[in-house]
Design a binder for this molecule. Sequence first.
Ligand code: AMP
Length: 380
Amino acid sequence: MNRTPPLLPGATIGVLGGGQLGRMMALAARRMGYRICVLDRDARCPTGQFADDVVVGTLDDLESARTVAERSAVVTLDTEHVPAEVLEAIAPICPVRPGPSVLATIQDRAVQKRFLDAQGLPQARWAPVGSPEELAAAVAAIGRPSILKARRAGYDGKGQVRLEPGADPRAAWHSIGDVPAVLEALVPFAREVSVILARAMDGEVRVYPLAENEHRRHILHTTRAPAPMPDERRRRAEEIARKIATALDHVGVMAVEMFELPGGELLVNEIAPRTHNSGHYTYGACATTQFEQHVRAVCGLPLGDARAFTGAVMVNLIGDLWANGEPPWQHVLAHPEARLHLYGKLTPAPGRKMGHVVLLDDDTDRALRTAEELVAKLAT
Ligand code: AMP
């Protein structure tokens, strides 16, 4: 049983990484009266714009992380790419939530997959790849088409390559940089879904309505919540995610991305031990946003109500929309059910996540259509 007293408003929350997730958490935290100290290499990063204090440094810079820990009552993360060793090193200075061991399990795809296997949880067939010989063995075992993924530091499809039948495995390994990898069977999924949940220090778990995700060019395009799904299958998805969070002794928000096969079977794709792009709909649709929920969890407070008051669709705004300058926002603002979120990133780039729109509508089919119309208008 957790007996650590909660950190109440007034306390400083340290955030390693200053991206949009940290920014939206900072907004929630500051509304509640907490202070924010962020580590990023750019003082004007999305989170820095809403922080009380910015420490300038890279995520693998131990001295900078130490400075954040010394100024904070708890340290949390905007990204899972902070080296677990850095978290390990600052843990004696101030509590780190989620803990270093969660990150050590998540950061390395092979370790993550072994963890899932050990928990008896379903995932695509896979094999570790550390050398050209191992790759040949993995291709023989897993077959093609398959996907070769670097073990570390991959997101949004980076560090990944598809191996088509007849493709040269060595060339594929070269293309991801000859780094340790895993080979994964290509899953003929019908749909991608994610479970967003929060786990508190006392082990309580609250689950948000299931999210249905569509990716384009490896980047999340839209999320619809609640995802239409038969109750029993939805409960199974929730149970998988709950089991993962509990087995990891996670504290904070967590997203578990899953593939749904045409027959209804669910396979875990990826675990993100933080707030998540597919949970942005909670800001507007739910009683407690994923960002407030994360603050509550890492501060040792009771979790808030995860109930949704409405259906919602989120559409990401990618840097490509800035090709002809600032997009014409009046098209979004003309919709009373639309909420515009921009991340304050100073340089748009193709593929870069610049913001998103949440459409609050119980008719999520209609909201998905509106999302496409909006993207088309913003692109012109
Ligand atoms: P990841 O970075 O592993 O989440 O992969 C990004 C996206 O690539 C996923 O959301 C899927 O759309 C696709 N993808 C990744 N792994 C697989 C797989 N084993 N089978 C089919 N599609 C995949």
